[in-house]
Design a protein around this ligand. Structure first.
Ligand code: ATP
Ligand code: MG
Length: 760
C-alpha cells in the first residue's frame, strides 16, 4: 500500500497495527484503546509504557545507536518512539528523519504509529523500504542517475524473462547457461555493488561468460530504460557516490537515520546508509542476529559487528524482556535457537504467564493437515475471535494451495500475504504491459509480452526478425517492428505488425486525457484482453476477468503522491512493480492470514499455526547438509515460533503431495529441539498417528475406535498368511490399511478392519 496518513480514529500506538483497519471497520470488534486513555498528559507520553531499557534507547544521546535484542522485545516499538521523541522533544524536523523498514506495509504502519504518538500528520518524514527510498531518489534525480525519465521497474519475473530472451538472441544454450543462475549471479554482484567492469574472470572461462552475460544484460536494460530491484539500490548508491553535491544535500537534510530489521541489510544497502550518514548523520538501528533470514538474498548479519567499528562510540542497548509471547512459547523459541553456534547470545524472558502448551499434530497427509487447521480455526472464530488474529505459516509458497482449498471449502475468508500476488498474476501483467508500452514504446519486455496477445498473427518468425533487426541496429523492438513492417515483411505479416503499432498508438491517443482508472478500463477492453480471456473456458477465465476489473479498482483507489514529479500512470506502474502483493482487494477484510515464514518477520498473531514441519521441507532439503544453511533455517524457525502470542500449533504430514510428487518425511528436527515439557500432542480421533516424541526408529500406532493400538514393528498373526511384522500403515477409520511383512507369504497391504489380525 502507499503511505497514507492516519485513519480517522486515533489508533493505539502500542498495538501492532496489522488489525487496525479491521478493528475499526468491523462491528464485532471493540475499538482499540485510544492513546489518550493510555497516557496521562502530564508525563511525556512518548516515554509512557516503555521499560527502562527501551527508554534508554529512545532517549539515547545524538550519536550512533545499536539496539540488539530478541523477538518481541519492542525493537520496532522503540524505533517508532524514537522518531516521535526526536520530533516532539528534541525538536528535530520531520524532514530530517529517514526511517527504513522491511516492507511497505510496515512503513505505512510505522507512519501511522508515529502520527498517533504525535497527534499530527508527518508528511515530510521519509519512511520506506530501501528499495522504495532508492526508487524515490532515482525518480527525482533520473538525469544525474543516467536514466531516462520514464524508466520502468522490472520485477524478478520480468528479469528472468529478459535473461532468457537475451540468451536466445545470443544463441546461447539455456541448458548450459541456466537463466536462473545467471539471474542469481547478476543480482549477487549488484548486491555487492559490483558492475561487470569491476569483475575479473580470474582465468575461469565460466566466470568470463557470466560476466559477459551480465554486461549484455546491462546493455539491454539501459537501452529499454529498465531497472531491476537490485539495480534500484546500486544506482541509488552510485547516484550519491558520483554526485558529491547531491549527497551533501541529502546529508544535510537527513540527520537521523532509523533502520528496522538491521540484521537483514545487504552490502549495498549498508554502503548506501554509510554514505548518507557521512560524518555527521546519526544512525539508529535495531535488529536481532537470531532473525537474520535473508542471507540467500545477500543480507549480511556481520553488519551488526561492522556497525560498531564504522561508527565509533556507538551506544549499544540490549532489550531482554519479551512482551509478545507466553512463557511456554518463548522458552520453546529459546531452546530451539540455542542449537545454533554462531550467535551473539541473549536470553529473552517474560513476566507473563506460561500459557498453553504448544500443540503438535501429526497429520496423515496435507489434506488431513489442512482439515485439522481449519477445525481449530473454526473453534477460534466460533469463540468470537478475529480471523485476522490467526496466521497459518508455511515454509514454501506452494504449500498454500492445500490450505487455500480447505479454507475455500469451509467458507473461511483468508488472505495470502505476499504470496499469490495480485500484480504478479499473468493477466495483470498483460494489462500492465499495454500500459507500459503506452508510457514507453521502447520497453522491450512489455512489447514481447503482448505483441501477440491476444493472438493477432504475429508469429515466431516475425518476432525473430524483429529481434535480429533490433540487435543489429541497437534499437528497441518497437522501432524494429516499425522498420521491418515497412521494408521486410510480406503482406500478411506486415499488416499484423502495423495493426499492433496502430493499436498502441490509438490506445495512447484515446487514453491521453483520461484519468487513471478510465485509462486502465479503456486499455483492458480496447486491447482485446477481456475478449481474449472470455474465450478461456471455466473459472480460470472468469477469475482473470475479475482480476482485470480489479485492476481498474486498484487504479481508482490509487492516490498519486503530489510530491512525485511523474505522471499518475508512471507512478502507478512503479507502484505495481514495487508493491506487488500488498494491494490485494481483501486487505482490510477480516480474514485468516496465510504466509510464508519469511514474510511473517516482524508480525505477531494471537494464534499461529506452523504447518509442514517436516524434515526436507523445513529445514529445507537443500540446507540440510550445509551447516550455515541449517542455522539459517533454524533462525527462520525461531522467527516462526516467536510470531505467536498466545497459542501455537505445529503440524506436519507423514505423506505430502507437493509439486505433483508424493513425499514421505520425518517430523522436522526442530520439533525435537523443543523441550517435552512445553509440548502436548494432539491425538487424532480415529486414525494412524506417529508419536512425535518417540526417539529412535519410527514407531506408529494404529487406533480404531476402542481397539488397542498396533505399532510399527509389531508382530501380528493372520489366519491365512501366518506370522509377520507391521511395516507401514496409512488411511483412517474403515480405510486404515497396514503393510505386513509375512514370514512366508511376503509383504501385503491389508485393510485393517477386514484382516482380523491378532496382535502377538
Ligand atoms: P520482532 O523481533 O519480532 O520484530 P520487536 O522486537 O520489533 O519484535 P515489537 O513488535 O516492537 O517487538 O513489540 C512486540 C510486542 O510487544 C508488541 O505488541 C508491542 O506493542 C509490545 N510491547 C513492546 N514493549 C512493550 C512495553 N514496554 N509495554 C507493553 N507492551 C510492549
Ligand atoms: Mg520488529
Amino acid at each position: 500500500m502507499r503511505e497514507r496518513s492516519t485513519p480517522l480514529a486515533v489508533p493505539d500506538p502500542n498495538r501492532f497495527d496489522r488489525n487496525l483497519a479491521i478493528a475499526q471497520s468491523s462491528k464485532s470488534v471493540s475499538i482499540p484503546r485510544c492513546f489518550a486513555e493510555l497516557a496521562p498528559m502530564d508525563v511525556t507520553p512518548i516515554l509512557e509504557s516503555l521499560n527502562d531499557a527501551q527508554r534508554q534507547a529512545v532517549t539515547a544521546a545524538a550519536g550512533p545507536t545499536l539496539v540488539i535484542a530478541g523477538a518481541g522485545s519492542g525493537k520496532t516499538r522503540v524505533l517508532v518512539h524514537r522518531a516521535a521523541w526526536l520530533i516532539d522533544v528534541e525538536g528535530v524536523s520531520p524532514q530530517s528523519v529517514l526511517a527504513v523498514t522491511f516492507t511497505n506495509k510496515a512503513a505505512a504502519e510505522m507512519r501511522g504509529r508515529i502520527e498517533s504518538l504525535l497527534k499530527i500528520p508527518v508528511n515530510h518524514l521519509w519512511i520506506g523500504t530501501f528499495h522504495g527510498l532508492a526508487h524515490r531518489l532515482l525518480r527525482r534525480h533520473w538525469r544525474e542517475a543516467g536514466l531516462p525519465q520514464n524508466f520502468q521497474i522490472i520485477d524478478s519475473d520480468d528479469q528472468l524473462r529478459l535473461i532468457k530472451r537475451l540468451l536466445k538472441n545470443l544463441e546461447i544454450d539455456e541448458t548450459r547457461w541456466v537463466p536462473r543462475e545467471i539471474q542469481y549471479f547478476i543480482n549477487g554482484e549488484k548486491d555487492e555493488g559490483r558492475r561487470p567492469k569491476h569483475l575479473d574472470d580470474e582465468g575461469d572461462p565460466h566466470r568470463r561468460q557470466m560476466i559477459a552475460l551480465y554486461a549484455a544484460y546491462e546493455e539491454v536494460c539501459d537501452r529499454g530504460g529498465l531497472v531491476d530491484f537490485a539495480e534500484l539500490l546500486l544506482r541509488a548508491h552510485e547516484l550519491w557516490r558520483d554526485n558529491p553535491e547531491l549527497l551533501a544535500h541529502y546529508q544535510r537534510r537527513f540527520t537521523h537515520l532509523l533502520v528496522d530489521e538491521f540484521q537483514d541489510t545487504n552490502s549495498i544497502q549498508y554502503a548506501w546508509l554509510r554514505l548518507l550518514a557521512g560524518k555527521h548523520g546519526i544512525p539508529f538501528v535495531v535488529g536481532d542476529d537470531d532473525q537474520s533470514i535473508y542471507r540467500w538474498r545477500g543480507a549480511r548479519v556481520e553488519h551488526i559487528h561492522r556497525f560498531q567499528k564504522d561508527f565509533p562510540g556507538t551506544t549499544v542497548v540490549k532489550l531482554e524482556q519479551n512482551y509478545r509471547s507466553t512463557g511456554t512459547i518463548l522458552n520453546a523459541a529459546n531452546a530451539v535457537i540455542e542449537n545454533n553456534s554462531s550467535r551473539l547470545g541473549k536470553k529473552l524472558w517474560t513476566d507473563g504467564a506460561d500459557g498453553e502448551p504448544i500443540r503438535i499434530y501429526a497429520a496423515y497427509n496435507e489434506r488431513d493437515e489442512a482439515d485439522f487447521i481449519i477445525g481449530r480455526l473454526r473453534d477460534w472464530i466460533d469463540q468470537g475471535n478475529l480471523r485476522a488474529d490467526a496466521a497459518v505459516l508455511y515454509r514454501s509458497n506452494a504449500q498454500s494451495r492445500a490450505l487455500e482449498e480447505g479454507l475455500i471449502n469451509a467458507g473461511i475468508p483468508y488472505r495470502v500475504y505476499g504470496g499469490l500476488r495480485f500484480f504478479e498474476r499473468a493477466e495483470i501483467k498483460d494489462a500492465l504491459a499495454y500500459l507500459r508500452l503506452i508510457a514507453n514504446r521502447d520497453d522491450d519486455s512489455s512489447f514481447e509480452r503482448v505483441v501477440n496477445k491476444p493472438t493477432r498473427g504475429i508469429g515466431a518468425r516475425t518476432a525473430d526478425m524483429m529481434r535480429s533487426y533490433a540487435r543489429a541496429n541497437s534499437c528497441s523492438l518497437w522501432r524494429a517492428a516499425g522498420a521491418i513492417a515497412s521494408d521486410e515483411l510480406n503482406g500478411r505479416a506486415a499488416n499484423a505488425v502495423h495493426a499492433f503499432i496502430n493499436l498502441i498508438e490509438t490506445l495512447a491517443r484515446d487514453t491521453d486525457s483520461l484519468d487513471l482508472p478510465e485509462k486502465i478500463d479503456h486499455v483492458i477492453h480496447a486491447s482485446g484482453l477481456i475478449e481474449f480471456f472470455k474465450k478461456e473456458k471455466g473459472e480460470k477465465g472468469e477469475t482473470r476477468i475479475e482480476n482485470l476489473l480489479e485492476l481498474v479498482s486498484a487504479g481508482r483507489s490509487f492516490e498519486p503522491d503530489p510530491a512525485e514529479e511523474m505522471s499518475p500512470l508512471d507512478e502507478f506502474l512503479s507502484h505495481a512493480a514495487l508493491e506487488a502483493g500488498e494491494g490485494q482487494a481483501d486487505e482490510w477484510d477480516d480474514c485468516v492470514q496465510l504466509m510464508t515464514m519469511h514474510s511473517a518477520k516482524g508480525l505477531e498473531f494471537p494464534l499461529v499455526f506452523m504447518s509442514g514441519m517436516e524434515d526436507g521441507l523445513f529445514p529445507h532439503q537443500r540446507s540440510v547438509s550445509d551447516p550455515n544453511g541449517l542455522e539459517e533455517e533454524r533462525r527462520l524457525c525461531y522467527v516462526g515460533i516467536t510470531r505467536a502470542m498466545q497459542t501455537l500449533y505445529i503440524t506436519y504430514a507423514e505423506q505430502r503431495r507437493l509439486h505433483g510428487m508424493d513425499n514421505y518425511s520425518q517430523p522436522s528436527r526442530f520439533i525435537n529441539e523443543i523441550p517435552d515439557e512445553h509440548i502436548e500432542e494432539v491425538r487424532p480421533r480415529v486414525q494412524v498417528s506417529r508419536p512425535v516424541r518417540a526417539s529412535g526408529a519410527r514407531s506408529t500406532s494404529i487406533r480404531q475406535g476402542s481397539e488397542a493400538g498396533v505399532r510399527l514393528g509389531q508382530r501380528v498373526h493372520h489366519q491365512k498368511f501366518g506370522d509377520g511384522v507391521i511395516l507401514n500403515c496409512e488411511g483412517q477409520g474403515a480405510h486404515a490399511r497396514v503393510e505386513v511383512n509375512f514370514e512366508t507369504a511376503g509383504t501385503k497391504w491389508l485393510v485393517l478392519s477386514y484382516a482380523n489380525l491378532d496382535l502377538m
